[in-house]
Design a binder for this molecule. Structure first.
Ligand code: DSN
Length: 402
């Protein structure tokens, strides 16, 4: 046990002293942590509230009902399944509900900002379904005319939108119009932007999509897990049986309970302010890097992409490693039109969800942009860069205080 506790303490230290810029990470509240670590982990509850395969479920039934209600209230929809263990599980169940006999999906490829489960050859998705992809424009933005053109020609069963590395707003209404014209279903994976959707800082996909999937741990700032939403009474039955018993066994009721806490937290004015600040910080850092001469995208959400190859002559992998030396954590990421492999990449994905939770201000975001530029361009040395990281992070809340 002590070896594990020692390692947890080391990880706590890393989190407290570093600048966490991985766009899909966040720091949860004490309440979310407490509930995730609760005795609910002891309970088996296969099935759904009121329809379990085990006795003794009266309290977890109530908890799961609360989680479902809070998810529906937050995202203004009729039905929710709060049991998926992850976003990938949620997507697997959504595909199964939409295409019980297999089918064709039109999505964005991983290299352009899609997710592994959006048709990557190394994921289950492309093994069970046929995927075709729409390209991004040269400026890295969606081109709705080309999505429509490909959809009319290819006649997919489902058009999938919602991405892992796309820095701009998505027009779900336009995508719905294309789906209607083509006569296909619409699925949205809003995992990255769920916190923005919850606070109405991004157009909601719920009025348009047949199924919306998400994770709860990115901008939504909840426990690590998945979520599926719909307004369709027939589809929720298919979703429920796709989650359990088709893909999963017993739900993690300690995580379901923590999801309920997270949905309540996200439904507050404080959380809305957090998301506003998160978006402002992301924009400020991207702007700073651009003003200094780096090739960074703009940001209309919680993340942006930085082309490290053309800005500093180093690959995304090299840039990630170099920043890690000073406690700045990012992840290497393909940039649209990337000629390098996903193991190397030409750039980084940078997001402000985690640091904004700790209290990162707009001024800090500017300083972080300058730090990244100066360190990657070799304008400051290791010691100076480490001092700057220490100066910035010492102003922020500690992880255990959140
Ligand atoms: N791996 C996640 C991300 O970093 O975006 C998506 O699931």
């Amino acid at each position: 046990m002590q070896d594990i506790l020692d390692l947890i303490n080391k990880e706590l230290d890393r989190q407290n002293h570093g600048i966490e810029l991985i766009a899909s990470e966040n720091y949860v509240s004490k309440n979310v942590r407490q509930v995730t670590g609760s005795i609910l982990t002891n309970k088996y509850a296969e099935g759904y509230p009121g329809r379990r395969y085990y006795g003794g479920c009266e309290f977890v039934d109530e908890i799961e009902r609360i989680a479902i209600k809070e998810a529906c209230d937050l995202f203004e929809c009729k039905y929710a399944n709060v049991q998926p263990h992850s976003g990938s599980q949620a997507n697997a169940a959504a595909y199964r509900a939409l295409m019980p006999n297999g089918g064709k999906v039109l999505s964005l490829v991983l290299n352009d900002g899609g997710h592994l489960t959006h048709g990557s050859p190394v994921s289950f998705s492309s093994n069970f379904y046929t995927f075709i992809h729409y390209p991004l424009d040269k400026d890295g933005r969606l081109n709705y005319d080309s999505i429509k053109e490909i959809a009319l020609k290819e006649k997919p069963d489902v058009i999938l939108s919602g991405y892992s590395a796309y820095p701009y707003e998505i027009d779900f209404k336009k995508i719905k119009e294309i789906c209607d014209e083509v006569g296909c279903l619409m699925m949205v994976d809003m995992a990255h932007i769920a916190g923005l959707v919850a606070t109405k800082k991004h157009m909601s996909p719920l009025p348009y999509a047949d199924i919306v999937t998400s994770t709860t741990h990115k901008t939504l700032r909840g426990p690590r897990g998945g979520l599926i939403l719909t307004n369709n009474s027939d589809l929720i039955k298919k979703i429920n049986s796709a989650v359990f018993p088709f893909y999963q066994g017993g739900p993690l009721e300690h995580v379901v309970a923590a999801k309920a806490v997270c949905f309540k937290e996200a439904h507050t004015p404080e959380f809305r302010k957090y998301v506003e600040s998160l978006m402002e910080n992301t924009k400020e850092c991207a702007k700073t890097l651009k003003e200094l001469g780096a090739l960074a995208t703009d940001s209309e959400n919680h993340l942006f992409l930085l082309n490290t190859l053309d800005s500093f002559g180093i690959t995304g992998l090299e840039a990630q490693k170099k920043l890690e030396e000073i406690g700045v954590t990012t992840n290497k990421n393909m940039i649209p039109g990337d000629k390098l492999s996903p193991k190397e990449t030409s750039g980084l994905r940078i997001g402000f969800a985690a640091v904004t939770t700790r209290g990162c201000s707009k001024e800090d975001a500017k300083e972080i942009g300058e730090l990244i530029f100066n360190y990657l361009a070799n304008k400051i040395d290791l010691d100076k860069a480490k001092d700057t990281v220490k100066k910035i992070t010492s102003k922020w809340k500690l992880i255990e205080e959140l």
